[in-house]
Design a protein around this ligand. Structure first.
Ligand code: AMP
Length: 174
């Protein structure tokens, strides 16, 4: 078993990317190590394995990487949550505030049937704006959101406060 502190050795901190003052948490070293990637997929599946949801819904783009692997591990279907204009069919949209302006997430309107249980997955929880918009988007379609699973939580940005009405699990906290 690799401890959370050891897992941090596989996350590259990139200062001032994509803009000055941001430390980007680059997970590509972790993904590139077959033993660590498999272990992380196992860790991110653990809290949900006793009662697997119907679907895993992951957030574009880096959420797709652990998200689809978790879906296979748990025996669930997979739903992509994408940025505006990327999905080909009829969509439902949810907007959220950024530091400057707003951004939106979309999902196909038939991706979830009312009452289906859904686990939301992303790589990093920062301010929580993206994940909380994903929760609202899933609920718009009548989903029963069982929780949010992220690999990395940036505790100093207090994103957890925006997700108080849902179970949130993270593996590595900064
Ligand atoms: P937020 O809405 O502020 O919680 O931002 C979360 C989204 O932005 C996730 O989809 C992350 O992939 C990405 N993100 C935000 N901050 C970082 C960071 N410091 N390093 C890597 N990804 C980040």
């Amino acid at each position: 078993m690799t401890t959370p502190e050891e897992l941090k050795q596989y996350v590259r901190d990139v200062p001032d990317y994509p803009q000055k003052g941001i430390i980007f948490r680059d997970i590509t070293p972790l993904l590139g190590d077959r033993r660590i990637f498999a272990e992380v997929v196992g860790l991110m599946s653990k809290a949900w394995a006793a009662r697997p949801p119907d679907l895993v819904a992951a957030i574009e783009a880096r959420g797709f990487i652990p998200g689809s692997a978790i879906a296979v591990k748990l025996g669930c279907g997979f739903v992509p949550i994408r940025k505006t204009g990327k999905l080909p069919w009829t969509t439902v949209m949810e907007s959220y505030e950024l530091e400057y302006g707003t951004d939106s997430l979309e999902v196909h309107s038939d991706a979830i049937q009312p009452g289906q249980s859904v686990l939301i997955v992303d790589d990093v929880l920062a301010t929580g704006g993206t994940a909380s918009a994903a929760v609202r988007l899933m609920r718009k379609l009548g989903a029963d959101v069982v929780g949010v699973q992220v690999l990395i939580e940036l505790g100093y940005l207090e994103g957890r406060k925006r997700l108080q009405d849902v179970k949130l699990v993270s593996e590595i906290v900064y």
